[in-house]
Design a protein around this ligand. Structure first.
Ligand SMILES: O=P(O)(O)O[C@H]1O[C@H](CO)[C@@H](O)[C@H]1O
Ligand SMILES: Nc1nc2[nH]cnc2c(=O)[nH]1
Length: 294
């Protein structure tokens, strides 16, 4: 019997069945996979000639339960490049096992995706960051992983990847440089940053003491997603680029009147929607591809 809450929860065959089901319904053969962060679902609207599926109709797929995550998988082309976009992701605090949260990464890989672009909304711990800044993720701190909550826990299937994957090269350096170059060209230099993202389980936002601690530990931004997906994506050999939209400043001071809230997170997403779309779409057109579909 398949143990629950382990990477064997969805077998290779389960993932393949879902990928094959999707490939049978669309002629798009995606080389890029995009994950939309909270309030950033507009990224999916950039795709042309869309074929979209509600998560509830996709075999084995979890459902989106969070406001700002539509729950649709959208296939289409971005400036001619075949792409697939998750309009809505899954989080630990929704109650899903971590292997469910990261299942779409394995499906992306089986669809032929080479590069994953992940976006998220995050609180700014770095005191130089402002609301609306876009942080290129150069690394992560996987807090749930410290306690054993890693998407790769459980039996390893070598068809996905190795038992002990390296993470020191998780965030592709060339893609980070491409983001810097494209950001400069687009005139985004004033709000483009780079830094380290720390994932926590959520759904409660951080206490002041927690924010201070995370900052001291070297985190520039804090959120409740992405790092798990990055681990699963790297395990199966996809290239990864990720960015955080700083939607709020983490509260670090007992005198502060500020209170983190999801409404502010979604609003900031709306404000930066156009720039995020331009940055991502320009990067997609400039990337190198192995697959001839691109
Ligand atoms: O990481 P994404 O999905 O962008 O969402 C972020 O925003 C929500 C909190 O407002 C949390 O889910 C946090 O992880
Ligand atoms: N954990 C966490 N997630 C966020 N997502 C958006 N803002 C925040 C934040 O301040 N903390």
């Amino acid at each position: 019997e398949t143990p629950r809450g382990t990477s064997a929860m969805y077998s290779y065959e389960d993932c393949k069945a879902t990928a094959d089901w999707l490939l049978a319904q669309t002629s798009v053969r995606p080389v890029v996979g995009i994950v939309c962060g909270s309030g950033m679902g507009g990224l999916a609207d950039m795709l042309k000639d869309q074929v979209a599926f509600n998560y509830k109709d996709i075999p084995n797929f979890p459902q989106s339960t969070v406001h700002g995550h539509a729950g649709r998988l959208v296939f289409g082309t971005l400036k001619g490049r075949p792409c697939v976009c998750m309009q809505g992701r899954f989080h630990l605090y929704e109650g899903y096992a971590i292997q469910k949260i990261t299942l779409p990464m394995r499906i992306f890989s089986l669809l032929g995706v080479e590069t994953v672009i992940l976006t998220n909304a995050a609180g700014g711990l770095n005191q130089d960051f402002k609301v609306g800044d876009i942080m290129i993720m150069k690394d992560h701190i996987n807090m749930p992983g410290f306690a054993g909550n890693n998407p790769l826990a459980g039996a390893n299937d070598d068809r996905f990847g190795v038992r002990f994957p390296c993470m020191s090269d998780a965030y592709d350096r060339e893609l980070q440089q491409l983001a810097v170059d494209v950001g400069q060209e687009l005139g985004y230099g004033d709000f483009l940053r780079e830094g380290v993202y720390c994932v926590l389980g959520g759904p409660s936002f951080e206490t002041i003491a927690e924010c201070r601690m995370l900052h001291k530990l070297g985190a520039d931004a804090v959120g409740m997603s992405t790092a798990h997906e990055v681990i699963a994506a790297r395990h199966c050999g996809m290239r990864v680029f990720a960015l955080s939209l700083i939607t709020n400043k983490a509260v670090m001071d007992y005198d502060s009147e500020e209170k983190a809230n999801h409404e502010e997170v979604l609003e900031t997403g709306q404000h930066r929607a156009i720039q995020l779309e331009k940055l991502v779409s320009t990067m997609v057109t400039r990337m190198e591809y192995n697959n001839t579909n691109a």
